[in-house]
Design a protein around this ligand. Sequence first.
Ligand SMILES: [Zn+2]
Length: 210
Amino acid sequence: MKGADEVLLVVDVQYDFMPGGALGVARGDEIVPVINRLARGFSHVVLTQDWHPRGHISFAANHPGRTPFEMTTLAYGEQVLWPTHCVQDTEGAALHRDLDVPHARLVIRKGHHANVDSYSAFIEADRKTSTGLAGYLRDVGVSRVYLCGLATDYCVAWSALDARNAGFEVTVIEDACRAIDLDGSLAKAWEDMAAAGVGRIGSDALLQAS
Ligand SMILES: [Zn+2]
């Protein structure tokens, strides 16, 4: 069992990111049993949930004439325009019902500000607004963050990089993630994470080591 100084951060295991969902990630459903197995090895698990108001600035539908997966420039910088997804309190925003993590202590809901997206579980896309997660983890004595979930190249990678910036040791559990891979985004995400000192491990190796 992982100790009190380690947390498993489970990113956005929600229906809209599952195959067939509004922003479906290929084979995203395959990670659910892997995460369940991992979670049993951690005393401390935190979940995240993408949680947008219907008028959210990241939705292509809120930008007349624009289509999903185009880039646009917002007040805080470049932004991918996404299909409408994870609208607050809809079925698509719900956590996968097979996710079996009854001992999860905290659910961080992100992307709730109408004019700011948040891939990261730590800092919103304006790169200024904190979700409070780093402070929470520090307050309860966590020094190492293990990440899994959806999608590797967006919310997992941004969260991993911000966790490093916040001073945590960080490892991504590769087989407990799946990627969107938009224009080479997956390769770039792994490069950025390696450069920042983010580790990679498989779930079997991690569970055997604990
Ligand atoms: Zn989103």
